[in-house]
Structure formats: structure tokens, C-alpha cells
Design a binder for this molecule. Structure first.
Ligand code: GLU
Ligand code: ZN
Length: 303
């Protein structure tokens, strides 16, 4: 592969400071990019104000910098990308691929979360949610890809997901829409992120196609989904279950523990070195094949 074609990214939502689980994602995407002489971009996914914490973006960026995770180019803020998302919605509407849906939460949950296309005959209106209409030809809705960590993954969107929301009833753009538009806009080639997003990937591949990406462009996208770091109670580390923020002053230890968690076997003496030395070791010795394909791995005690 032409190294200059590698563009990776880390795309945090500013819902709180980074914890061990988010550090692992930032670190793995950074080291994989640098190992391939690629670019590494940071995109702030601030399109869901009700979930955001004031000041979280500043804290996250400081945490990245203090861990030596320096990004290339300008930051991209999703809050400034409304025009692009509107244009994508307009394109999908024009191509007859979307419709308004007023079904309430209860109706959708009675369907087991897999939408039945009830509102398909409606036009796009302004007061309701907008769904993407999956192809009626079932074969087109089967999406498969080879994950760099989890292996072959296949999903039948019609059967397992159904027509999905691309603009929410509260008028906010959906994560699936925004992330797909921006990954295309930034020419992202490699997406290394948490396995909680593995089952979103087929929706994003499908949306790329709907938005005009060629099959060459789609096959040039590489995905690697990392196991989730879980706490002693077996829950994914997250703000909701009070995962502690990364401790300041502990950067070397945090990086070393994250590399060990990723099964990169960092030598013991590396633990006392500075961030740059640890990252340089990781870039030179990186082996994505060592990362286990298990869904979850307990976080170290300190996290
Ligand atoms: N913003 C998402 C999150 O923080 C990640 C999006 C992605 O990597 O695709 O969970
Ligand atoms: Zn509906």
C-alpha cells in the first residue's frame, strides 16, 4: 500500500474526559497510522449537545497532547459541518432513498428495534425523524467486510437492522450520517475504534454507497475494531458507569498499560520512559495481529 494513502482518525464525542478505554482507541489508531507512515486526524464529534459536557473537548485535547498523541492538520468539529450533513440528506431525499417517520419509540421497540418500513410511503417532512430506505433487493443489503482485528463480519441490514434513522426527530443529525459524511470528506482509509461500533460498520458502508462512493472507494476502507475495556463489574468503561479519567502525571504508566492491554508486550523498563520514547517503541514494534479478537478484556486495576 502507498503509505501516503493511509489516513486514520480518532473521533471522540465530548461527553467527558478520556478514560482507559478511550485512551486505548486513541493510542491504537495513532500507532497503527504512524507505523504505516500515515496521517492521524482528530475529529470532535460534537453533534449531540444534550450528551455533551462543557469543557470536555479542551480536556480531551490536553489529554491527547500530554500523552504525546499529536494529530496532523486542523481539528474537524462536527458542530461546524451542518451544511455538509444537510447536503447529504438532500441528496438522499432527491434520490428517493429516505422518508419521514413519526413512529414513536414504543412502536419501534415493539418491533425489536428492527424497523418494518411502516412510513415508507411518506415524503420527507420537517417535524419527524428521517430514515434511510434500504434496497428492496435484499441481496444489496448484505454487507460484509474483513475486520483487521475481529475477522470476517457480515450483516444483513434488512433483517438485522431495518431502515435506520439518519436525522433524529429532535432535528439532530444521526451519528451514522455524520460519521459517514466526514469519513468520506476527510478521505479516511483506516478506522480503528471500539468494538461497540462493529455492528454500525455495515450501516456506514451502505450509506457510503448511497452517497455515491464507488466500490473501489469502499473496498479501500479498512476497519479494525478493538475489544472493549471492561471494569470489574463486567461493564464497558464509560462516563455512565464512572470510569475514572486518566490521571494527570501518569502518562507513561497509562501508555505502557494500554500497550500491554493491546498485547504488544512492552518491555518493563519502558514504563519509566517519557511518552515520546514509549510511542516510538510502540510504532516500531506495532503488531495489530497481537490484539485479541475477544469482545471484551478487563481494564487494569488502576483504570
Ligand atoms: N464519536 C464516537 C464515540 O466517541 C466514535 C465514532 C467513531 O469512531 O466512529 O463513541
Ligand atoms: Zn414510522
Amino acid at each position: 500500500m502507498n503509505p501516503s494513502a493511509y489516513i486514520g482518525r480518532f473521533a471522540p464525542s465530548p461527553t467527558g474526559p478520556l478514560h482507559f478505554g478511550s485512551l486505548v482507541c486513541a493510542l491504537a489508531s495513532f500507532v497503527d497510522a504512524r507505523h504505516h507512515q500515515g496521517k492521524w486526524l482528530v475529529r470532535i464529534e460534537d453533534i449531540d449537545p444534550p450528551r455533551e459536557i462543557p469543557g470536555a473537548t479542551t480536556i480531551i485535547l490536553k489529554q491527547l497532547e500530554s500523552h504525546g498523541l499529536h494529530w496532523d492538520g486542523e481539528l474537524l468539529y462536527q458542530s461546524q459541518r451542518s451544511e455538509a450533513y444537510k447536503a447529504a440528506l438532500a441528496q438522499l431525499n432527491r434520490d428517493g432513498l429516505s422518508y419521514s417517520c413519526d413512529c414513536n419509540r414504543q412502536r419501534v421497540s415493539e418491533l425489536g428495534g428492527i424497523y418494518d418500513g411502516h412510513c415508507r410511503q411518506r415524503q420527507v417532512g420537517s417535524e419527524s425523524a428521517i430514515r434511510l430506505e434500504l434496497s428492496k433487493d435484499g441481496a444489496n443489503s448484505i454487507t460484509a467486510f474483513d475486520d483487521l482485528i475481529m475477522g470476517h463480519y457480515r450483516q444483513n441490514l434488512c433483517r438485522e437492522v431495518g431502515d435506520f434513522v439518519i436525522r433524529r426527530r429532535d432535528q439532530l443529525f444521526s451519528y451514522q450520517l455524520a460519521v459517514t459524511v466526514d469519513d468520506q470528506f476527510q478521505n479516511i482509509s483506516h478506522i480503528i475504534r471500539g468494538a461497540d461500533l462493529l455492528d454500525s460498520t455495515p450501516r456506514q458502508l451502505y450509506l457510503q454507497r448511497c452517497l455515491g462512493a464507488s466500490s473501489e472507494q469502499i473496498t479501500a476502507m479498512h476497519y479494525g475494531h478493538l475489544p472493549l475495556a471492561i471494569n470489574s463489574g463486567g461493564q464497558k468503561l464509560s462516563k455512565q458507569n464512572h470510569a475514572p479519567a486518566l490521571a494527570p502525571g501518569e502518562e507513561s504508566n497509562n501508555l505502557w498499560l494500554a500497550l500491554q492491554w493491546l498485547q504488544q508486550a512492552p518491555p518493563a523498563e519502558l514504563r519509566n520512559e517519557n511518552s515520546t520514547t514509549i510511542l516510538n517503541w510502540a510504532i516500531a514494534n506495532w503488531s495489530i495481529d497481537q490484539i485479541p479478537s475477544s469482545a471484551e478484556i478487563p481494564a487494569p486495576d488502576t483504570a
